[in-house]
Design a protein around this ligand. Sequence first.
Ligand code: ZN
Length: 139
Amino acid sequence: MTISEIKKGVKRTLLAGTIAYSTLFATDILSNYALEEIKSQRELEEIVHEEATTLGMDPEIIKCELLNELAGESIYGGDLKNQYIYIGGLLANRKIVRHELYHIYDKHCDHDTKTKAELNYWFIEEPKAIIYSLTGLKL
Ligand SMILES: [Zn+2]
């Protein structure tokens, strides 16, 4: 194998990786349009309880809030007594609950440096949470 063949192989691998990565994020965003919207705080709490139990987590430590504006985020960490999920608008659906719960379940916040945290978030944690929310696979 020559150097130019290796370079060609690396380029193809990078291209395939970029396409797969982009497709994953695009699928995640587009799938929100087809999902049933969570309409009340009570419904959200029931879904959070159900999905947390499925993941084997203590549902009592997960606090959640349904917002009127577009939201899909969580506040979590090992030193917090309670973990929080906020969803709203287009993102008020079960898939986003599963996504945010997976971040908490898989302890996605514990990193030494900000750079390491950013890299982990975009290339490991976010794809893992998307894959779990879409397929139920725990990677
Ligand atoms: Zn996420």
